[in-house]
Design a protein around this ligand. Structure first.
Ligand code: CS2
Length: 492
């Protein structure tokens, strides 16, 4: 197939006139932010907010993107001068917008010098992060920096070309301190509880091992606000790229598709120049935790449950899963259980939030794959389902739907669907769960016992909670014997 020219600064003028594009002079903007983890989510979320800010006339918030592992993101964005199209999909509607906030993408490790220089630059006052839980290199059992982590051990030995998030930030902060250009705000945008605390543990923990003075300076001067981010961003497919090319006449290898909804709630605790992101719709607040909990325990918990139950029941996409009445009824019942663990939060109306979520899940144009959400379940389950389950049990409440969701994750670890087809369990703990399940011969009781032993997912007290063990075993047995559809249909 002959291909259209790539989207870039030079070809921007060839775009059909109705497509929105940067209204500011990109070349005149300075880099104000270094972002770690330039995946699809960042492009549809933070990068779009910085773009909106510059479109609103606020200068110098361009982003230097750091790709943590793969050169692929740089190969997509750099030949396009950092430009990419956000395709906002809602039913039959499509809105296309070219975003210009990313200046360039560099690679952790290979381009460490560039990253450290940027972090030490007086133009930069903010580092934002979407590297997923693994990227913080914390020990799940203690929440402290994982000194046994291979990337951390390597960076501690070779401080010149760090490649881990904590190693890079510490090297940049050391130079920033020496250059006397003031502190930095490090803003985690990952889907974790207390993500600001996780970022702080990672960075201060690394500095404490390598440079005590630096650790004290970071603690005193820098800020690690927590934030809640929300926008559903399905993985981009080749078909999306081809369809966009037919529509705009340019090839955009970095395009992302997303929904109209977008939310960013940020703890108002900045160490340096605060971007006026409220002009672009960001909510600054003194308390993010209520929002974080609502998002993780309603949206993300339902997503994970629909991912495992839905994929097992043969649904490829979330909008199909939520259209299956028994699965929707389970989601509502799960939300009732989860809601009891939320605390009142100013501005948050849980009833409306749930209605809105059902609409978002039902968006037929998004094509959000259940298997995409099923990835990395061992990292996702603790804040989404395990923590609220523990809170309910402490209050003496039962948890049948939380247990059904967790049992579906357990069933998923077998790596074989209900028709006998094998799939890859895409999870950093996949080897451990496989090893633990090896001699359980699909016996639900043995499987529950084996998997409750994964301590980074389940606190040991759960294994001695007869009610939880009983619920998990009953649900898992039903999933194994009857399958997901029948299990849901009999219960709801
Ligand atoms: C999803 C999230 O893949 C997943 O785990 O639950 O990526 C979800 O789409 C976002 O958190 C929405 O903001």
């Amino acid at each position: 197939m002959s291909r259209a020219p790539r989207l870039s600064s030079a070809t921007l003028t060839q775009l059909p006139p109705q497509i929105m594009r940067p209204g500011y002079d990109r070349a005149a903007q300075k880099t104000g932010c270094v972002h770690f983890g330039v995946g699809a989510f960042h492009r549809a979320h933070q990068a779009s907010y910085f773009d909106a800010l510059m479109n609103a006339g606020k200068s110098d918030w361009q982003v230097l993107g750091v790709s943590m592992r793969s050169p692929a993101v740089g190969d997509q964005l750099n030949p396009q001068d950092g430009l990419f199209t956000v395709n906002v999909r809602d039913g039959a509607q499509n809105r296309l917008q070219v975003v210009g906030s990313i200046r360039e993408v560099v690679l952790a490790g290979k381009d460490s010098r560039r990253i450290i220089d940027a972090l030490a630059s007086s133009d930069v006052s903010l580092a934002t992060i979407t590297v997923t839980e693994k990227g913080y290199c914390l020990d799940p059992a203690t929440g402290a920096l994982g000194l046994a982590n291979a990337a951390i051990a390597r960076d501690m030995e070779n401080g010149m070309t760090p490649s881990s998030l904590p190693g890079l930030l510490c090297a940049g902060l050391a130079e920033r301190r020496a250059a006397n250009v003031g502190p930095l705000t490090i803003l985690s945008c990952d889907n974790l509880s207390n993500n600001g605390v996780a970022a702080r543990q990672a960075v201060v923990g690394f500095a404490a091992e390598t440079n005590e003075d630096l650790a004290r300076w970071i603690e005193r001067e820098c800020a690690f606000p927590s934030s809640m981010v929300d926008r559903i961003v399905p993985a981009t497919t080749q078909a999306d790229i081809d369809a966009l090319e037919r529509k705009i006449g340019l090839r955009d290898e970095a395009t992302v598709s997303t929904e109209p909804f977008s939310q960013w709630v940020v703890e108002d605790r900045f160490a340096a120049r605060r971007p006026p992101l409220d002009m672009a719709g960001v909510q600054f607040t003194s308390d993010v935790a209520g929002w974080e909990h609502a998002k993780l325990r309603l949206l993300n918990a339902a997503h994970s449950s629909m991912a495992y139950l839905g994929a097992l029941a043969g649904f490829d996409f979330i909008h199909e899963a939520i259209a299956f009445p028994p699965l929707k009824a389970h989601v509502e019942a799960l939300w009732d259980e989860q809601e009891a663990t939320l605390r009142p939060t100013p501005g948050l109306n849980v009833r409306e939030y749930r209605v809105r979520l059902l609409e978002r899940f039902s968006n037929p144009a998004l094509h959000h794959r259940t298997r995409q959400i099923a990835m990395d379940g061992s990292q996702k389950l603790p804040p989404r389902l395990v923590a609220p389950l523990r809170e309910r049990r402490r209050s003496g409440l039962t948890c049948p739907n939380q247990c059904l969701a967790i049992a579906a994750w357990m069933r998923w670890q077998l790596g074989q669907d209900e028709t006998g087809r094998a799939y890859t369990v895409d999870d950093p703990l996949a080897n451990e769960t496989r090893r633990r399940l090896r001699d359980t011969h699909s016996d639900p009781q043995a499987m529950v016992h084996a998997l409750l032993g994964v301590e980074s997912v389940f606190p040991p007290v759960l294994a001695s909670d007869d009610n939880v063990v009983g619920e998990l075993t009953r649900s898992l047995g039903s999933l194994l014997n009857l399958g997901a559809r029948e299990t849901l249909s009999r219960r709801f």
